[in-house]
Unconditional design. Structure first.
Length: 337
């Protein structure tokens, strides 16, 4: 099995029951999750040898994280202990026209205090095929900005394919702060998960003409990104039409060799849990590229994986590649030139 490395924070998630306000809740549902951990768990279920790099406190919650990862087949060799707390976030579940709402409690977490000197990237990237991280990691501290950059540089030194999900979070930093960091990271990225808003607000690309379709706009932005960063071989994102908090229409896109491949539309109604849907999609793309699947198969598989994630509770996707392929069998798509 190919070795995959992901690097990021895993947190405790506490969620309200559907129809309940966080401020009025008497009990909360508990899950563990985080972008890079969720991607790693999906890839583990798809058959890859996944290692998660992070830092957790040496307490029962840290032990819960380790057991969570191991239960999904993710290796914890590079899971360090230290610090005093696990980052937490609270999810007020959306319903109907009321959107879900996230409240973070993650400052001073064990992971946010991690410094690059604690990481042996030569050992971590030994025999690795893929390295994945997201924009959430460098948003957490100056030390993690340095660690993210060095991690990408070291991965390239070791000949490892690199993946970066912009995953901008306005509650963590400003557009300007993120833009400065991302523009330092992107020269070392092979696969980039980004969309129209990332192109405009983080990479400074001018807005496309309103006369273009949304697919044509995305092609415009992706071509502009390629001009800035010709090292990026693949770009991917999703179109999401939000009918309500429990009814979305999802469609995946993958840009490679100057072509945009688009999946069929998945009508997801009702949504059981939207959190982690983007991570499931990213994992589907990464699985497909590692396996040298065709671009159309890749985007169909990834969108199917994301649609399936919306049907289960918790942050992570536990479907196998066989289950996703079976679900995606009737998928069709097109190439937008």
């Amino acid at each position: 099995m190919k070795k995959v490395v992901t690097f990021g924070e895993i947190m405790l998630r506490l969620s309200t029951q559907t129809g309940e306000r966080l401020s009025n809740a008497k009990q909360l549902l508990m899950h563990y999750g985080g972008g890079e951990a969720n991607v790693g768990i999906s890839l583990s279920h798809f058959g890859y040898d996944v290692y998660f790099v992070s830092k957790i406190p040496n307490n029962p919650l840290g032990l819960g994280v380790e057991r969570h990862l191991l239960s999904h087949g993710v290796h914890t060799d590079y899971l360090m202990t230290g610090g005093e707390r696990l980052g937490t976030y609270y999810l007020e579940t959306g319903v109907g026209e009321r959107s879900a709402k996230v409240t973070y409690d993650r400052k001073y977490s064990s992971f946010s205090k991690l410094v690059v000197e604690e990481l042996d990237f030569d050992e971590i990237f030994k025999d690795a095929a893929l390295f994945h991280l997201s924009g959430i990691t460098p948003a957490l501290s100056a030390g993690l900005q340095e660690a993210a950059l060095i991690a990408l540089q070291k991965a390239k030194e070791h000949g490892v394919m690199t993946s970066f999900d912009c995953n901008y979070r306005a509650s963590l930093w400003s557009h300007q702060e993120a833009a400065e960091v991302f523009q330092n990271l992107l020269p070392y990225v092979d696969i980039c998960f980004c969309g129209e808003l990332d192109a405009i607000y983080l990479l400074g690309i001018e807005q496309a003409s309103d006369s273009l379709t949304r697919e044509e706009k995305l092609v415009f932005y992706y071509k502009k990104i390629r001009e800035l960063y010709p090292n990026i071989r693949y770009m991917s994102s999703t179109f999401r039409d939000v009918i309500s908090a429990s009814h979305n229409v999802l469609q995946g896109t993958l840009f490679v060799d100057e072509r945009l491949y688009v999946s069929k539309k998945h009508v997801i109604n009702p949504i059981v849990d939207r959190v982690g849907g983007g991570d499931a999609y990213a994992a589907g793309i990464l699985f497909s590229l590692l396996g040298s699947l065709s671009p159309q198969t890749a985007v169909s598989f990834a969108s199917a994986a994301s649609a399936l994630k919306h049907t289960v509770s918790g942050d992570c996707n536990t479907f196998t590649q066989e289950e996703v392929f079976q679900f995606a069998e009737n998928s069709s798509g097109k190439i937008s030139r």
